[in-house]
Write a protein that binds this ligand. Structure first.
Ligand code: NAG
Ligand code: NAG
Ligand code: NAG
Ligand code: NAG
Ligand code: NAG
Ligand code: NAG
Ligand code: NAG
Ligand code: NAG
Ligand code: NAG
Ligand code: NAG
Ligand code: NAG
Length: 791
C-alpha cells in the first residue's frame, strides 16, 4: 500500500530534467484562462501566468502542488500584465522566441536569440529552451529573482534581489545578494551604496560560486574543487520527501526553507542573519529597529521624527519640524538631545563625522550640539562617535549594543502639526510650500522641503539674482573698466541706499544697483562683506587679495568690477548676472535646460575652475563650488561667483576654519577630518555638481522621495554608481531623450563625476584631467568607486 507513492517519488526525483513535457513552437498560454501555465511532468512546478492579489499577472514559476503556490521566479516582477495577456513560443520568421504580449498591446521578448525549437518546464523548477540538437539555449536558473532551488548555482556576477513585501508585493525590493567577482558573497541594502551587512570573507580564492546542492540540499560556497564555506547546517531527511528553497526575503535575510511534501508548511532550517536588526537600512532613513525575539522586526522612528507611511513604518521617517540652519552658537533653545540606552548605529560608516575621546556623556552631548553637521552620536567606552545625515541603521539591542547610548539631536518643534511648513526657512521658498500644500501633498511636501532645505542647509551664499528690467544697460565688457575703488557714497547712491536685496550669503548681503559710467548704465551686484570676518584682514592685505581676484579674466568667471574699502565697509562690486543661479535653472519646476546646454555649462565651469587652480597668477581655491554659486549671464553662459572670497575671509587657507568650510552635500570629506585643504576639495564639489547638471537632479533629491517609492535613491552619487554597477545607467536619465540619444557621452561624463567624488583626495583627478576627460581628449578609466574592494 505505502510502497506505491514511495516508488513514484523515487521515479520522479531520479528523472528530473529528462522526460519533461515538451513545449513546441507555436504553443501559447493566456493569462486568466484555464490554459495559463505549463506544468512539469511531476506537477511539482508550473511555468506561466501567476495571479497577483490585484488581479494582474506575473510570468513566473511556482510550486504548483502546495496550496501556498509559492513563487520562485518571475520574468516581469516590476511590470505585471493584465488578464488576457499571452505568452508564446513563436513560429514563422521570428521562429523560436519567447514573447510576452500584454493585453494592452505591449510586447516583450523574454528570450530573443538563436531560434529555440522547444521548451521544457523541468521537475527541478528550471524552465529551459533548447535547440534541435538538443542543447540548452536559455534557462531560468541563470536569471534568478529572489530564490534559489536545489541544483541551482549562483556564479560570479549573479545576484538575487529581495521582494518588496512577502507575498503582497513581488516587485524588486531593497536588498541584494551578490556573488561578487572577487569571490565574496555579500548581502547589502544596495540603494544606499551599502558595502554590505553580511560578507562571506572568501576573497582571494579563485572562481567561487554559491551552490545549492541538488542531492543533499546543502548550500555552500565552492571553488572548482573544494567547499570553501558551508552555509546550511542541517536539513531533515530523506531529502526527497521535502521541497526546498533558499530565499532572500523582504527583511534582507537569506533563509533556507523546507516543506514536507504530503502535509506541511514552509519551515525555516537555516538563516544567515541571526539578529534581524543587523540588516542595514532595515527601518529606512531615521528609523530605529528592535527585535527582542530575534525573529520579528519592529521599526519605529527616532525621537523627533515621524513615519512616512503610518501603515508601514519600515519605509522610513522624516523630521517633525524643520531643521534649523547652522548657527554659530546653537543653544538648547533650538535643539534638544534625546538619549536612547543600548542603542547604536552600526555599519553606518559613510555617515561618520569623526570621534571625540576621551569624554563623558555630557561631553558627547556638547560635541553633538557644537557641530551643526552632526545629527546624532553614539557614546560608548568614553568615546563619542559623531554621525551626520542620513541617519540609517539605528538599532536597539540588549545584546550587541549593550552599554552603548545613542544621542539624537532633535530640532525643537516650532508648532504642532507640521512645524516644518511654518516659518521662512530661506526667503523665497515660501510660495513653493504653499503650492505644494494646495496640491494636497502634505506629507510628501514636508519631506521634499526637508530635503530641499538640507541641500542648501548651511551656507546659502548667494540667493537668486532677480532680474531688474528697469533701464537699458550697457555691455560691461565694452566698458573695459579696470578694478576700481569706489567710495561708500557712490555705492550708496548706485544701490539707492542698499534697498534692493538679492540675497544673503555666508559672506554678507548682496544688493542690486546701477552705476553710471561715461553716460552708460551698468547693472551691478554689490556684496557687503560681514564686518567681523573682513576686519580680520588689514586694509592693504585685503586690497592685495582683491587685486588678485580683479586680475582674473575668464569667460566662466563672474567679473569683479571694483570694491569699496572705506572705514569699516568692505564691499565688492560685480557685474549683474541676469539669469539667476544654475541651481534655479536646473532644479526649478518645468522646462529643463537642453542636454547640449548642460554639456556646455559643465565644460565651461570645469574650465573656469581649472583657470582658478592652474592658469591665473595666484592659485585660487574656491572652497564652495555648488550650483548656487554658479550664475548665468544674459546669454545663459555659466559663470562661477564668489571665488577668492574663501581666502580673503580666512587667515590661513591650509587651516580648517569651520566658518568658511563648504556646503553640506558638496563638501569634500577631508573638510570633516580637519585635513589640509587642497584644490581637490573643489574637484570633489565640482564632481557632485557635474552629476547634478547631467541629471538635472539634486544630489539629495526631494522629488525621488515624493514619488512614494521606498527605493529612496537619496544620494545621487551613490545612485549613479549603483546604476553603473548594475548596468542600468540609462535609468538615471530614462525620461531625457536627448541624453539617451547621446548616451556614450553621458556615460563618460558620469564616470568623470564619479572620479571626482572619490573620498581619497589624491585619487581624485586634477581639474586639468577632469577637463580633458570631459572634452573626450583623454580616456576615462573605470572610477575606483565602482570597484567595491577598493573603497
Ligand atoms: C491549451 O493550449 C494547447 C496549445 O498550447 C492546446 O493544445 C490545448 O488544447 C489547450 N487546452 C485548453 C484546455 O484549451
Ligand atoms: C509599454 O511598455 C513600455 C516600457 O516597458 C511602457 O513605458 C509603456 O507605458 C507600455 N505601454 C502600455 C500601453 O502599457
Ligand atoms: C508588508 O506590508 C504590510 C502591510 O502593509 C506591513 O505591515 C509590513 O510591514 C510590510 N512588510 C515589509 C517588509 O515592508
Ligand atoms: C552535491 O553533493 C553530492 C553528495 O554530497 C556530491 O557528490 C556532489 O558533487 C555535490 N554537487 C555539487 C554540484 O557540488
Ligand atoms: C579551491 O580552494 C582550495 C582552498 O582554498 C584550494 O586549496 C584549491 O587549490 C582551490 N582549487 C582551485 C581549482 O583553485
Ligand atoms: C570557474 O568554474 C566553472 C565551473 O566550476 C568553470 O566552468 C570555469 O571555467 C571556471 N573559471 C575559471 C576562471 O577557472
Ligand atoms: C507523509 O507521507 C509519508 C509517506 O506516506 C508518511 O510516512 C508521513 O507520515 C506523512 N507525513 C505527514 C505529515 O502526514
Ligand atoms: C538573539 O541572537 C543573539 C545572537 O545569536 C543571542 O545572543 C541572543 O540571546 C538572542 N536573543 C533572543 C531573545 O533570542
Ligand atoms: C534659536 O532659538 C532662539 C531662541 O528661541 C531664537 O531666537 C533663534 O532665532 C533660534 N535660532 C535659529 C537659527 O533658529
Ligand atoms: C570597551 O572597553 C573594554 C575594555 O577596554 C573593551 O573590552 C570593550 O571591547 C570596549 N567596547 C567597545 C564597544 O569598544
Ligand atoms: C550576543 O550575546 C551573546 C552572548 O551574550 C554573544 O555570544 C553574541 O555574539 C552576541 N551577539 C552579537 C551580535 O554581538
Amino acid at each position: 500500500m505505502s510502497l506505491l507513492p514511495l516508488l513514484l517519488l523515487l521515479l520522479v526525483s531520479s528523472e528530473h530534467n529528462t522526460h519533461a513535457q515538451t513545449i513546441t513552437q507555436g504553443a501559447t498560454i493566456t493569462a486568466g484562462t484555464t490554459n495559463s501555465s505549463w506544468t512539469s511532468p511531476s506537477g511539482d512546478f508550473a511555468f506561466g501566468f501567476y495571479r497577483l492579489s490585484n488581479g494582474n499577472f506575473l510570468v513566473g514559476i511556482w510550486f504548483d502542488k502546495i496550496p501556498e503556490k509559492t513563487l520562485v521566479w518571475s520574468a516581469n516582477r516590476d511590470a505585471p500584465v493584465p488578464a488576457s495577456s499571452t505568452l508564446r513560443l513563436t513560429t514563422g520568421t521570428s521562429a523560436g522566441h519567447l514573447i510576452l504580449t500584454s493585453s494592452d498591446g505591449n510586447s516583450t521578448y523574454l528570450y530573443q536569440s538563436t531560434a529555440a525549437s522547444s521548451g521544457y518546464m523541468q521537475d527541478d523548477g528550471n524552465f529551459v529552451l533548447k535547440n534541435a540538437s538538443p542543447s540548452v539555449l536559455w534557462q531560468t536558473f541563470d536569471s534568478p529573482t529572489d530564490t534559489l532551488l536545489p541544483g541551482q548555482v549562483l556564479v560570479a556576477g549573479r545576484k538575487l534581489y529581495s521582494n518588496k513585501n512577502g507575498t503582497v508585493d513581488y516587485s524588486t525590493g531593497n536588498f541584494m545578494l551578490e556573488m561578487q567577482k572577487d569571490s565574496n558573497l555579500v548581502l547589502s541594502a544596495y540603494h544606499f551604496a551599502d558595502p554590505g551587512y553580511w560578507v562571506s570573507n572568501t576573497i582571494n580564492i579563485n572562481n567561487v560560486s554559491l551552490v545549492f546542492n541538488r542531492t543533499n540540499a546543502f548550500m555552500y560556497l565552492k571553488n572548482t574543487t573544494d567547499i570553501i564555506l558551508p552555509l546550511t547546517e542541517d536539513v531533515p531527511k530523506p531529502t526527497e520527501d521535502y521541497y526546498h528553497r533558499v530565499t532572500l526575503n523582504d527583511h534582507g535575510n537569506l533563509q533556507q526553507h523546507v516543506y514536507q511534501k504530503n502535509n506541511s508548511q514552509w519551515k525555516m532550517v537555516w538563516r544567515v542573519i541571526t539578529e534581524p536588526c543587523t540588516v542595514n537600512a532595515i527601518c529606512g532613513v531615521y528609523g530605529i529597529c528592535s527585535s527582542p525575539d530575534n525573529e520579528t522586526v519592529s521599526c519605529d522612528c527616532l525621537p523627533g521624527y515621524r513615519p512616512l507611511d503610518p501603515n508601514n513604518i519600515a519605509k522610513g521617517c522624516y523630521p517633525k519640524s524643520k531643521p534649523d540652519r547652522c548657527i554659530e552658537k546653537p543653544s538648547l533653545t533650538n535643539f534638544t538631545v534625546e538619549v536612547i540606552d543600548d542603542a547604536d548605529f552600526p555599519n553606518a560608516g559613510f555617515a561618520d563625522l569623526g570621534r571625540v575621546t576621551p569624554t563623558d556623556e555630557e561631553g558627547c552631548r556638547k560635541a553633538l550640539m557644537d557641530d551643526c553637521y552632526c545629527m546624532a552620536a553614539s557614546f560608548v567606552n568614553s568615546t563619542c562617535y559623531k554621525k551626520r545625515m542620513p541617519i540609517l541603521n539605528a538599532r536597539i539591542s540588549r545584546n550587541s549594543t549593550n552599554g552603548y547610548k545613542a544621542l539624537i539631536k532633535v530640532p525643537k518643534q516650532i508648532s504642532d502639526g507640521g512645524g516644518i511648513l511654518n516659518g521662512d526657512h530661506h526667503g523665497g521658498k515660501k510660495s513653493v510650500s504653499r503650492g505644494l500644500l494646495k496640491a494636497g501633498l502634505f506629507t510628501t511636501a514636508a519631506f521634499a522641503l526637508l530635503f530641499a532645505a538640507l541641500a542648501v542647509y548651511y551656507h546659502p551664499v548667494v540667493r537668486r539674482f532677480i532680474r531688474r528690467p528697469r533701464r537699458p544697460s550697457a555691455d560691461v565688457d565694452a566698458m573695459l573698466i579696470n578694478l576700481r575703488a569706489f567710495t561708500f557714497e557712490e555705492l550708496h547712491e548706485a544701490t539707492c541706499g542698499f534697498t534692493t536685496r538679492l540675497g544673503r550669503g555666508s559672506f554678507g548681503m548682496v544688493y542690486s544697483g546701477t552705476l553710471v559710467i561715461e553716460d552708460k548704465q551698468i547693472e551691478i551686484a554689490v556684496k557687503a562683506l560681514k564686518k567681523i570676518a573682513a576686519a580680520e584682514r588689514g586694509e592693504e592685505e585685503f586690497e592685495a587679495e582683491l587685486r588678485a581676484i580683479g586680475r582674473t579674466h575668464h569667460r566662466n568667471l563672474v567679473r569683479l568690477l571694483g570694491f569699496c574699502n572705506e572705514d569699516k565697509h568692505r564691499i565688492l562690486v560685480y557685474e549683474l548676472m541676469k539669469n539667476g543661479t544654475l541651481s534655479n535653472l536646473l532644479f526649478k519646476q518645468g522646462e529643463k535646460p537642453s542636454w547640449e546646454h548642460r554639456v556646455e555649462m559643465a565644460l565651461g565651469i570645469a574650465r573656469g575652475v581649472l583657470y582658478l587652480h592652474e592658469e591665473c597668477e595666484t592659485q585660487i581655491i574656491h572652497c564652495d563650488i555648488k550650483p548656487q554659486n554658479v550664475l548665468l549671464d544674459k546669454n545663459y553662459t555659466a559663470k562661477i561667483s564668489d571665488f577668492g572670497l574663501a581666502k580673503i575671509m580666512m587667515k590661513d587657507q591650509t587651516r580648517t576654519n569651520t566658518n568658511v568650510r563648504g556646503t553640506a552635500g558638496y563638501m569634500a570629506p577631508e573638510w570633516l577630518k580637519n585635513a589640509p585643504v587642497t584644490t581637490k576639495v573643489d574637484v570633489y564639489s565640482f564632481g557632485v555638481m557635474l552629476l547634478e547638471i547631467l541629471c538635472c537632479r539634486r544630489h539629495i533629491d526631494p522629488k525621488r522621495v515624493e514619488e512614494e517609492t521606498e527605493e529612496v535613491d537619496l544620494v545621487l552619487t551613490e545612485w549613479i554608481a549603483d546604476c553603473i554597477k548594475s548596468g542600468k545607467l540609462n535609468m538615471v536619465v530614462e525620461e531625457d531623450m536627448e541624453a539617451l540619444n547621446d548616451f556614450k557621452r553621458f556615460e563618460r561624463m558620469a564616470m568623470v563625476g564619479l572620479w571626482c567624488v572619490h573620498p581619497d583626495p589624491p585619487l581624485r583627478p586634477s581639474m586639468k584631467k577632469v577637463t580633458q576627460m570631459l572634452e573626450g581628449t583623454i580616456e576615462v578609466g573605470i572610477p575606483p568607486l565602482l570597484y567595491p574592494e577598493m573603497v
